[in-house]
Design a protein around this ligand. Structure first.
Ligand code: NAP
Length: 253
């Protein structure tokens, strides 16, 4: 029986890139809790991804791990193709894989600019490029891109990262316009400061000044982002496309 991904995600197939840790792991487990079968991408954390796969299987869904660097066009194609070969359809794509390589413009190396753009922006393009024909054929699909509030307001020391996330936001809106008439919703989430390995490395001074600017007076948890992904992945958001939802405790408004 074909599932229409209504009310629950039972029987739907979701791909989550960068699912070995942090926000991606939390998204994967939230989608599993709603019944989605999972294709979980990672780049190098093979032990961690196996634990996520195991946890998902314990929730009575099917889950596989697929290694691949999303910045590589061919490897992205392999990730999407594997999902299609194993599960037959792809209902949800979450472009979550991302990195930072912070520095002020005067000190930023060209390779650090290229690396962040290639993973965060081109990686999302690569996966959408390969999933779009499949979703078009199905005449349905949900694409959710994890951007950042930094892509909206900018951030000193993150020229590369902010540019990549601004690009993700513009790409989200453009693809939403291209694919809307074919039953495909494309949205972005812009997290604020979320407690993961990515933010762990920041100094106490940066953390303190960030917290001062968060009206809800706490940092985000990966689960805060996963809840909004679940909404955008479900039929509850069928009339929402081309949007950027800030999940940031009110930091940017
Ligand atoms: P994280 O804990 O550092 O995890 C990053 C994930 O991305 C890992 O699973 C990693 O895989 C994967 N990854 C990195 N490069 C990859 C590549 N080339 N191909 C495939 N996978 C790759 O980061 P996070 O904090 O959870 O961030 C997740 C997303 O949220 C990112 O897009 C980030 O920009 C965005 N975001 C985070 C925050 C925050 O405050 N944390 C705020 C705004 C937006 P491996 O483990 O195998 O390396």
């Amino acid at each position: 029986m074909e599932n229409d991904c209504k009310h629950t995600l039972k029987g739907c197939t979701a791909i989550v890139t960068g699912a070995s840790r942090g926000i991606g792991k939390s998204i994967a487990l939230k989608l599993a809790s709603l019944g989605a079968n999972l294709v979980l991408n990672y780049r190098s954390s093979s032990k961690e991804i196996e634990l996520v796969v195991q946890k998902a299987i314990e929730m009575k869904v099917e889950a596989i791990a697929v290694q691949g660097d999303v910045s590589d066009f061919q490897q992205s194609k392999n990730i999407i193709q594997k999902a299609k070969d194993i599960f037959g359809s792809i209902d949800i794509l979450v472009n979550n894989a991302g990195v930072t390589k912070d520095n002020l413009i005067l000190r930023m190396k060209e390779e650090d600019f290229d690396k962040v753009i290639n993973i965060n922006l081109k990686g999302a393009f690569n996966c959408i490029k390969h999933v779009a024909p499949i979703m078009l054929k199905q005449r349905k699909g949900k694409i959710i891109n994890i951007a950042s509030v930094v892509g909206i307001v900018g951030n000193a020391g993150q020229v590369n990262y902010a540019a990549s996330k601004a690009g993700v936001i513009a790409m989200t809106k453009s693809i939403a316009k291209e694919l809307g008439s074919k039953g495909i919703n494309v949205n972005a989430i812009a997290p604020g400061f979320v407690e993961t390995d990515m933010t762990e490395v920041l100094s106490d001074k940066v953390k303190e000044s960030t917290l001062n600017n968060i009206p809800l007076k706490r940092f985000g948890m990966p689960e805060d982002i996963a809840e909004v992904v679940a909404f955008l992945a479900s039929s509850s958001s069928n009339y929402v496309t081309g949007q950027v939802i800030n999940v940031d405790g009110g930091m940017v408004m």
